[in-house]
Design a protein around this ligand. Structure first.
Ligand code: ZN
Length: 438
C-alpha cells in the first residue's frame, strides 16, 4: 500500500546528507585512541599509489566487478570503456576516477580537516569548504577548516580516517546519473537516477548514500527503482582498494579508502537513510492516498530528517568547542565497545536495525520539535534561516524536557554509530596488520 504514494517519492525524495560532518561525528572516539593518534603514516599523492600499484588495482576492480554482477541483480555493470587499463601509465588518474565512477570534479588531493581540539599555529594556511568542494556551502559547512598536507609528511590514522569519512559528501557521488546533465553521468552507465530530485545539488547522491534493503514486498514490486541503492557497492570498492593499499605498503591510501567506506557505514546507521518513509504506517499511508496529499507526507519526512541533522550537528559542535568531552552525547560516541563489523553485516545487521528504529525516531521528532518545523508540509527546513538555532527553537517551546528527550533519542543513534565505527576501526587495523611483514 505504501507503494502507491512512494511513486511521488521518486520525484521529490528528500536530500541526502545524513549525518552532518562525519569527521566531527567520529572524532570523539578517534581522539581517545593513542595508537590511531600517532603521526606515523607518510602522506602520499594519489598518483604515486596508482603508478606503483596499477596492475593490482586492475585486478581488484575486475574481481569486484565480477562479484557485483554475480551477487547483485540491481548492480549496473561498468561500461567496458571505463574498465581500468593498467598499461596506460600516462592516464591512470583519469582512468581510476572513471573506473570507480566517482565525480571527476574533485581533485582527491592531500588535506585533512581541522578538528575541534586542534591547536593551529597563528598564520597557518587553512582551506575552506569551497577550496575542496564545488557544491554550495550550506549552513553546517561554513565553519569548517582544512589543512593542506604535503607529500612525505607524517600524519595520524585518526586524522586520515576522520577527514576521509566526510569526503563523499564533498560531491564524490553528485552528478553521476544519465539524467544529471553531466559528462560523467552520460558515460558512467548508472542509468537514470532512480529516485530523488536530479536537479538539487545533493539530490543525485541520494541513491548512493541510502540503502533501502528492507522494503516490503508490495513496495518492491510497485517501485522497483527504490531497490537501486548502491552504498554497499561503494563500501566494498573502498574496502578492497584499502586491502590492496595496506598490503602493498601504501598505508596512507589504506586509511583514506577505509575512511571513504566509513562514510557510507555512518550514513546507513541513520534510519532516514534505510527506509524511504520511516514511521509512516499503513493507515496514514492509505489516508494520505485517499486525501491526495502524499507530497505532504514526504515533505514532513524530509523536514524531520533535516531537523535531526541540524540538531546533531549543533549539539555536538557546541560540546566539542567547549571541550566538554565527558558530556553524555560525546561519551555515547567515545566509550569503548567490543564491536565486530565488516561489509558482510551491512544488510543483515546494520540496515535491519536502522529500519527498526525509524518509527521511534520519527515520533520523538514529531513530539519534541515545534510543529511548524516537523509537522507543517508547507514549511521547508533545509536552508531555513534559523537552521543554526535549532537547539534554541526546540528549547523555547519544550524547555529542558524536550532537549532531554531529543538528546536521549540522539544518544541511542550515536551509540549505534559508535558501534559500527569501532567495528570498522578494528576491521581497518586487521587489514593494516595483515599487510605488515611479521
Ligand atoms: Zn552521505
Amino acid at each position: 500500500m505504501r507503494s502507491v504514494f512512494l511513486a511521488v517519492c521518486l520525484m521529490t525524495c528528500h536530500q541526502a546528507a545524513a549525518w552532518s560532518d562525519h569527521a566531527s561525528l567520529a572524532w570523539p572516539m578517534l581522539r581517545t585512541d593513542a595508537t590511531l593518534m600517532q603521526s606515523r603514516i607518510v602522506v602520499e599523492p594519489l598518483e604515486f599509489f596508482l603508478k606503483s600499484e596499477a596492475a593490482g588495482i586492475a585486478k581488484v576492480l575486475t574481481q569486484l566487478e565480477t562479484s557485483m554482477i554475480a551477487n547483485d541483480p540491481e548492480y549496473p555493470p561498468t561500461p567496458e570503456a571505463l574498465l581500468f587499463d593498467a598499461s596506460d601509465a600516462d592516464d591512470l588518474r583519469r582512468q581510476f576516477i572513471a573506473a570507480l565512477r566517482i565525480s571527476p570534479r574533485l581533485n582527491y588531493g592531500l588535506y585533512r580537516q581541522v578538528m575541534a581540539d586542534d591547536v593551529i599555529a597563528p598564520g597557518t594556511e587553512t582551506l575552506g569548504w569551497s577550496d575542496l568542494s564545488y557544491l554550495p556551502s550550506g549552513d553546517s559547512v561554513q565553519e569548517r577548516e582544512y589543512l593542506p598536507l604535503t607529500a612525505g609528511e607524517r600524519i595520524s590514522p585518526a586524522y586520515i580516517l576522520a577527514s576521509a569519512s566526510d569526503e563523499p559528501d564533498l560531491g564524490m557521488d553528485v552528478g553521476l546519473y544519465a539524467n544529471n546533465s553531466t559528462a560523467a553521468g552520460a558515460r558512467y552507465g548508472l542509468g537514470e537516477q532512480p529516485f530523488g530530485n536530479p536537479n538539487l545539488p545533493y539530490g543525485s547522491q541520494a541513491p548512493l548514500h541510502m540503502g533501502f534493503y528492507h522494503l516490503d514486498v508490495i513496495t518492491e514490486f510497485a517501485q522497483p527503482t527504490l531497490k537501486r541503492t548502491l552504498p554497499l557497492w561503494r563500501i566494498k570498492q573502498y574496502e578492497e582498494l584499502a586491502r590492496l593499499a595496506f598490503a602493498s605498503g601504501h598505508e596512507y591510501w589504506g586509511w583514506r579508502f577505509m575512511g571513504w567506506a566509513l562514510h557510507y557505514v555512518g550514513d546507513l546507521t541513520q534510519p532516514y537513510h534505510t527506509d524511504p518513509l520511516p514511521g509512516v504506517n499503513l493507515l496514514s499511508a492509505l489516508w494520505s492516498v485517499v486525501m491526495g496529499d502524499t507530497n505532504d507526507l514526504i515533505q514532513l519526512v524530509s523536514n524531520r530528517h533535516g531537523v535531526l541533522e541540524s540538531y546533531q550537528y549543533r549539539r555536538l559542535l557546541a560540546l566539542m568547542q567547549q571541550g566538554d568531552w565527558q558530556a553524555p552525547l560525546l561519551l555515547a560516541i567515545s566509550e569503548p565497545l567490543t564491536a565486530c563489523f565488516t561489509p558482510e553485516g551491512v544488510v543483515s545487521d546494520l540496515t535491519a536495525q536502522s529500519v527498526a528504529l525509524g518509527a521511534g525516531l520519527d515520533e520523538t521528532l514529531s513530539k519534541q520539535v515545534p510543529s511548524r518545523y516537523v509537522s507543517d508540509p508547507n514549511f521547508e527546513w533545509v536552508g531555513y534561516e534559523l537552521e543554526a538555532d535549532v537547539v534554541a527553537l526546540i528549547s523555547a517551546q519544550g524547555g529542558d524536557l524536550a532537549i532531554q528527550a531529543m538528546d536521549n533519542e540522539l544518544k541511542r543513534h550515536l551509540r549505534r554509530f559508535s558501534y559500527y565505527l569501532q567495528g570498522w576501526i578494528t576491521h581497518s587495523r586487521t587489514l593494516e596488520r595483515g599487510a605488515k611483514p611479521s
